[in-house]
Structure formats: C-alpha cells, structure tokens
Design a protein around this ligand. Structure first.
Ligand SMILES: C[S@@+](CC[C@H](N)C(=O)[O-])C[C@H]1O[C@@H](n2cnc3c(N)ncnc32)[C@H](O)[C@@H]1O
Ligand SMILES: [Zn+2]
Length: 164
C-alpha cells in the first residue's frame, strides 16, 4: 500500500508489522496525534466481535464500544511497542492517540496495546525495543510474564535489558 498522510502522520510500511504510523514533524508530549474512530457498537455486538478475534474493538463507556476496523480509521495502523511513545486516552467518549514524550520526524508512533494475561500469548511482539517483553502485553503484567516464561519468551533469547 502506498503512503497515506493524515495531519502530522504518514502511514507506510513498518519494520514492526505491515503498515505503521510515522511522525512527519516533531510532536510534543501531550499532543493529541490522531483520533481512533470507528463503528459504534452496543456491548453485546462488541463482545461478539471480540470473541471472533477482532482486536480493533475499543471500550468507550458502559453503554458502547467502537470497532476501528474500518477504512476511514487510519489510526488502526498504529503498531504496538514495549517502549511506546504514545498512549490511548478516552476523552468525552472519543479515543485519542496522545504523545507521551517528544516524537521526532521519521519515528514510528507506537503505543502499548495493553493486552491482558488471558490473551497475550496469541500476540508475539516484534517491536524491536531493547526491553521487548516478547508479547503485546500491558506493562503491569510484565513481572508475571517473566515469571511464566523465564528468559525465552516468544522463543527468543532476551536481551540483558529485557531479562532484568
Ligand atoms: C491495529 S493492527 C496494526 C496495524 C498493522 N501493522 C497492519 O498493517 O494492519 C494490529 C495488528 O498488527 C500487528 N502488530 C502490531 N504491533 C505489533 C508488534 N509490536 N509485533 C507484532 N505484530 C504487531 C498484529 O498482527 C496486530 O494484531
Ligand atoms: Zn515488544
């Protein structure tokens, strides 16, 4: 797929996986980089799609979620990293990707998908960060993941930084 430019972001091929989002300009910490949009779903339909393996469903509030797997949501291309420079935040029922530090031009914009302990093993990580934990799993679970898998997580020998 060719490049797609949306505001401060260019979407193109990524070394991590498929397409990724890259900064076109310096993006300061705290900036709302792009909105994660999608189809609004009631909770029952959201649960049905999650159980069918849809990883683009975002929980918004107690009443509805959104399914971001739509053409008009380029933010769906943003990859996961164990060393993220962004995070997602729900503000007034809208999902924003927000910079958690200064992001330089050309840097890939990444956030932690924050998968739970019951699902991370289906998601091996290829982020390339020195401290990559081997799976796309929330940082609050890293101690447990290390305990479960030792230092051969995801079949790879960990770097000394990640094994700590
Ligand atoms: C929201 S999409 C990200 C966009 C994806 N790069 C694409 O081209 O469709 C999520 C999927 O991308 C892949 N992905 C994202 N981050 C990854 C990572 N750090 N390591 C391996 N695969 C990743 C996984 O297949 C994941 O289910
Ligand atoms: Zn990683």
């Amino acid at each position: 797929m060719e490049e797609v430019i949306v505001g401060r972001v260019v979407f193109r091929g990524s070394r991590i996986h498929g397409m990724g989002g890259f900064a076109r300009t310096t993006i300061r910490k705290g900036t709302r980089i792009i909105e994660y949009v999608g189809e609004q779903l009631d909770k029952a339909e959201a649960q049905r799609r999650c159980e069918a393996g849809n990883v683009y469903v975002f929980e918004i509030n107690d009443t509805f979620d959104i399914d971001g797997s739509v053409d008009w949501n380029p933010a769906r291309w943003i990859n996961h990293s164990c060393d993220p420079n962004a995070e997602t935040d729900v503000v007034d029922d809208r999902v924003w990707i927000i910079a958690t530090r200064t992001i330089r031009p050309g840097e890939e914009i990444v956030y932690n998908y924050n998968f739970d302990l019951d699902e991370y093993e289906d998601y091996p990580c290829n982020c390339g960060a020195q401290q990559c934990i081997g799976f796309m799993v929330a940082e609050k679970h890293w101690a447990e993941v290390k305990r479960r898998h030792g230092d051969k997580r995801n079949g790879k020998l960990l770097t000394p930084a990640a094994a700590r």
